[in-house]
Design a protein around this ligand. Structure first.
Ligand SMILES: Nc1ncnc2c1ncn2[C@@H]1O[C@H](COP(=O)(O)OP(=O)(O)OP(=O)(O)O)[C@@H](O)[C@H]1O
Length: 338
């Protein structure tokens, strides 16, 4: 039977701006199973990192509501000490920018052995060093014994990101959150890091939340996909359905704004506008409404809900039933699940 590792219920993360709180993650519910890659996709500013930081309890001054169950235990009620132990032990995170994730004043070896000690205080110095070097080897670093003694600024970008991965997986976490893990890397290193994540899923049966705006990475890595817009999930489905039968206008716009080698004849549609800032974000009705003004206003719900339209396929707002791209014409409009 598949084991559920994370059960996130009605998570809302709000930041204070001047004298009011604004939700960057708004009533998000998600599950993550073992041996599964769940991709979270969306444009910049839609709340992906805020979600990742909330799950890892890394926000300092945010207001967090809802629960985050890790194997049935609500970790939002954990004391600081408990959460510090959980992070880096059963839950690991790979940050977007390896330079901010690594401590510039400590050697790579020290940063890995510190994490190993979280899991097992009794691990001897010698054993810690051996394990750290084998981790560096596992993430594909050549001369791992040499890199063990090096400092972050002495490594290339790709090596630094591998070191960040080594730290994140040091204690064989059951949940791994990877926030744009390959954004700052060139294509070759990017695919090596993604292969590494896939190996981890296979060998440790870990559940991975992969945050990305790159649909190529989604196609290659994900089992399920959650599409996020303006703090809310607008579509959740398996990766096959996402690419073959996307429903929400935002998902369809994201997919059709990327050129595809297979579909050379298909039109590209650029999504006009941007994700609104937190303060300006509409809190009533369909949040994507202003970016598809040609769709009849009556197509949107007043209080859009995420509904299961076929098993495992969730879509927010009824507007997906009436959506078409302006240059396709209304008669070509999409009619729901096929
Ligand atoms: N500490 C904070 N205080 C106030 N606003 C914040 C804070 N962190 C994030 N935000 C705002 O919350 C919204 C979501 O930001 P977030 O970084 O989660 O987006 P994202 O989807 O991860 O974007 P990117 O892909 O660029 O990292 C944005 O409007 C951002 O400006």
């Amino acid at each position: 039977m598949t084991k559920t590792l994370l059960n996130i219920n009605n998570l809302t993360t709000s930041f204070q701006i001047e004298d009011a709180y604004y939700a960057a993650v708004d009533d998000v519910s998600l599950t993550l199973n073992e041996n599964e890659v769940l991709a979270v996709v969306g444009e910049s500013g839609c709340g992906k990192s805020a979600l990742a930081f909330s799950i890892m309890q890394l926000h300092n001054r945010a207001r967090i509501e809802g629960d985050i169950l890790f194997k049935g235990d609500d970790i939002t009620t954990y004391a600081r000490k408990q959460i510090n132990k959980l992070r880096g032990d059963q839950m690991g995170m790979i940050f977007q920018d390896p330079l901010t994730a690594l401590n510039p004043l400590k050697s790579i070896g020290d940063q890995i052995t510190e994490i190993l000690l979280l899991h097992n205080k009794k691990l001897s110095k010698d054993k810690r060093k051996k394990t750290a070097i084998s981790l560096l080897d596992k993430v594909g670093i050549t001369f791992p014994a040499h890199v063990y003694n090096q400092f972050p600024h002495e490594l290339s970008g790709g090596m630094r990101q591998r070191a960040v991965v080594a730290i994140a997986i040091a204690n064989d976490p059951e949940v791994l959150i990877a926030d744009e893990p390959t954004t700052s890397l060139d294509a070759t290193i990017q695919s090596q890091i993604l292969d590494l994540l896939n190996d981890l899923k296979e060998s440790m049966h870990a559940g991975i939340i992969l945050i990305t705006h790159d649909l190529g990475v989604v196609a290659e890595m994900a089992d399920r996909v959650a599409v996020m817009y303006a703090g809310q999930m607008v579509e959740i489905t398996d990766v096959y359905t996402l690419f073959n039968n996307p429903q929400h206008p935002y998902t369809r716009s994201l997919l059709s704004s990327v050129p595809s080698l297979e579909a050379v004849d298909s039109k590209l549609h650029v999504i006009q506008g941007i994700v609104p800032s937190l303060k300006k974000m509409p809190r009533e009705g369909c949040r994507f409404r202003s970016r598809i003004p040609w769709i009849d206003q009556s197509a949107h719900e007043d209080h859009p809900q995420l509904r299961e339209i076929s098993p495992g396929h969730f879509v927010r707002c009824t507007c997906y039933q009436s959506f078409y791209f302006p240059d396709e014409g209304k008669e070509d409009q999409h009619h729901g699940v096929s």
